[in-house]
Write a protein that binds this ligand. Structure first.
Ligand code: GDP
Ligand code: MG
Length: 177
């Protein structure tokens, strides 16, 4: 192997979408900085964080974008989706309306990106299992219907957060290699 190949790098853009307050920003801060904020407020402007991991001895950088509150106005811009190769579609397992919105978010994603985008449906706030409004089966069924990976997570207690991002990053890597 040449030294060129040894230092090969990948940069993957991943977007996080879903209704307001489902936990998108906290999933990102949990993954990228191991932080959680009980009273997080939507910040202005588009933001992303970069997280690196190694696959097959290669450095893979995931550039993960957060809507930063744009979704409140039902107007996530096309720039947000541009160049994305992965997406997490997030709902809150305690609020059915956020689950009902999944189809709309998928439509928007599909309009703005090509079909090879690796997608995962994420039911967040698993720590609130005792007040859930959407069953695991319902989540699984919708994911299966649309050909998405599926995972329930908790940004609060870290359940499956790293796993969700790593599955999507591995899938993107498989799609391009
Ligand atoms: P966003 O609007 O989708 O970015 O949602 P935020 O990340 O700002 O989170 C909205 C609210 O839900 C905040 O009060 C968070 O503290 C809370 N939250 C986010 N993730 C979780 C979680 O996994 N469990 C619980 N119990 N609360 C969460
Ligand atoms: Mg947010």
């Amino acid at each position: 192997m040449s030294s060129d190949e040894e230092t090969e790098e990948y940069l993957f853009k991943i977007v996080i979408i879903g209704d307001s307050a489902v936990g998108k920003s906290n999933l990102l801060s949990r993954y990228a900085r191991n932080e959680f904020n009980m009273h997080s407020k939507a910040t202005i402007g588009v933001e992303f964080q970069t997280q690196s991991m190694e696959i097959d001895g290669k450095e893979v950088k995931a550039q993960i974008w957060d809507t930063a509150g744009q979704e409140r106005f039902r107007a996530v811009t096309s720039a947000y989706y541009r160049g994305a190769v992965g997406a997490l579609i997030v709902y809150d397992i305690t609020r059915r309306t956020t689950f009902d919105s999944v189809g709309r978010w998928l439509d928007e994603l599909n309009t703005h990106s090509d079909t090879t985008v690796a997608k995962m449906l994420v039911g967040n706030k698993y720590d609130l299992d005792d007040i859930r409004a959407v069953s695991i089966e319902e989540g699984k069924n919708v994911a299966e219907k649309h050909g998405l990976f599926f995972m329930e997570t908790s940004a609060k207690d870290s359940t499956n957060v790293k796993k969700a991002f790593e599955i999507i990053i591995h899938e993107i890597y498989r799609n391009i290699s």
